[in-house]
Ligand binder design. Structure first.
Ligand SMILES: NC(=O)c1ccc[n+]([C@@H]2O[C@H](COP(=O)([O-])OP(=O)(O)OC[C@H]3O[C@@H](n4cnc5c(N)ncnc54)[C@H](O)[C@@H]3O)[C@@H](O)[C@H]2O)c1
Length: 379
């Protein structure tokens, strides 16, 4: 680990990793870039040219040199790399999803519990401006008791499944569409669970069958129905294959006193209805409430931050929580709450949509041993 007063940040996986580095400028010199590890020399070289820092020869060297690692490698590596870094006492900000199998979940959970360092998932869709406004309104009770939510991640990515230069399949061909189920759940489930302050207890997943790419293991559209601990129903659609424009961030929310719709049609504006406030059967734009509800902290994102400014906040929030010794806003349990339903969906879809339980990571036993770490293992 670095010993300077500033927190030394390393990036693992140069491409997406660069998206997080915009936060450095907003962090008032509390953090400094150590360097990047990427096994592709081109990827590491481009990163260093753009952002500076060292190019680490291997992952272990990055762990050795840094206080905090942003793990933005392909998704099958997130949990193993986080495990190694946490066990070396290095803080981990992990890209999504947190893990790709139950075995990885156990390993990651144990490491997070036993480590002296902190872990957070970088679920940036929870930080988009409109999602922050909806979250603040939900928290203030504007929609009443919440009992239904839905979300969609529709992103035609067939061109990302083959390496254009070599013709070889990429990691996405296997880990995103080479399995059947909700292989990319967190952008859709993260905001819903955050708004509802809830977790999923059971899911059922079914698909449309394989139409556009019959050779793919994943069906064109996969839907997830989910029951939550508080008794709400959630519905999610994932489609990485169908021929159509993208809708990465459709959400809706229904409560006893109001509703939110992020919009479906071209040109739709995100809208809400609040019983007793909005005119009967008439939507209002969410924007009318943005000024009042958007948390001040998130009012001005760094200029260069991607995804509408949301890419900078996970790193900034994580660094604050480390400095203040508080639980990060998207800790290991929340990370697994939004990851586990996707993993369980692979079994459900194989069993023709059987409803299956989703474990509460807070009561899973991984890492509860003689040295359970800084956090009470059962909360
Ligand atoms: N939150 C978001 O909005 C968002 C957006 C894009 C990607 N992602 C996630 O970020 C991760 C990376 O996605 P990407 O779009 O950059 O993928 P990519 O395929 O464009 O790039 C992956 C990079 O990781 C490198 N890499 C391969 N194996 C590695 C290893 N073991 N350790 C370190 N680096 C390794 C590759 O050389 C390449 O440079 C994925 O998990 C993806 O799901 C999240």
């Amino acid at each position: 680990m670095a010993s300077s007063e500033q927190m030394r940040v390393g990036v693992v996986g140069a491409r997406r990793g660069g998206g997080h580095i915009v936060a450095l400028g907003k962090a008032n010199n509390r953090i400094v870039l150590g360097g990047v590890y990427d096994p592709s020399p081109g990827g590491a070289g481009d990163f260093v040219k753009q952002y500076g820092g060292k190019s680490y020869r291997n992952f272990e060297e990055a762990v050795e040199d840094c206080d905090l690692l942003i793990i933005a490698s392909p998704q099958q590596y997130h949990a193993p790399q986080a495990d190694y870094a946490l066990r070396a006492g290095v803080h981990v900000l992990s890209e999504v999803p947190a893990a790709v199998s139950m075995e990885q979940v156990s390993i990651l959970l144990a490491a997070a519990r036993e480590s002296s360092a902190s872990y957070m998932i970088a679920e940036n869709y929870c930080y988009s401006r409109l999602n922050l406004v909806v979250g603040a309104m939900a928290k203030a009770g504007a929609f009443g008791e919440l009992y239904f939510g839905e979300s969609e991640y529709i992103h035609e990515m067939k061109g990302w499944h083959t390496n254009a230069a070599t013709g070889e399949p990429t990691w996405r061909r296997f880990w995103q569409v080479g399995k059947n189920g909700i292989t990319y759940p967190t952008h859709s489930l993260g905001p819903l669970l955050q708004w509802m302050d809830d977790r999923i207890t059971a899911i059922s997943a079914i698909g449309t069958g394989r139409w556009t790419r019959p050779e793919y293991e994943m069906e064109d559209t996969v839907t997830l129905s989910a029951r939550t601990r508080k008794g709400a129903l959630l519905r999610m659609r994932l489609d990485l294959v169908s021929n159509r424009p993208e809708v990465w961030n459709y959400y809706s929310l229904q409560g006893t006193r109001g509703a939110y719709e992020s919009g479906r049609l071209f040109g739709d504006r995100p809208r809400i209805y609040l019983e007793g406030i909005s005119e009967r059967e008439t939507w209002q734009t969410l924007e009318e409430y943005a000024e009042e509800y958007l948390p001040r902290r998130y009012a001005v994102p760094p200029d260069a931050a991607g995804h509408g400014g949301s890419d900078a906040w996970p790193l900034l929030d994580f660094v604050d929580s480390i400095e203040q010794g508080t639980v990060p806003p998207f800790d290991i349990y929340k990370a697994l709450d939004m990851t586990l339903p996707g993993i369980v969906s692979e079994q459900s879809i194989n069993q023709n949509g059987d409803w299956l339980a989703v474990l509460d990571p807070r009561t899973m036993t991984a890492g509860i041993g003689l040295n359970p770490g800084k956090e009470a293992p059962l909360v």
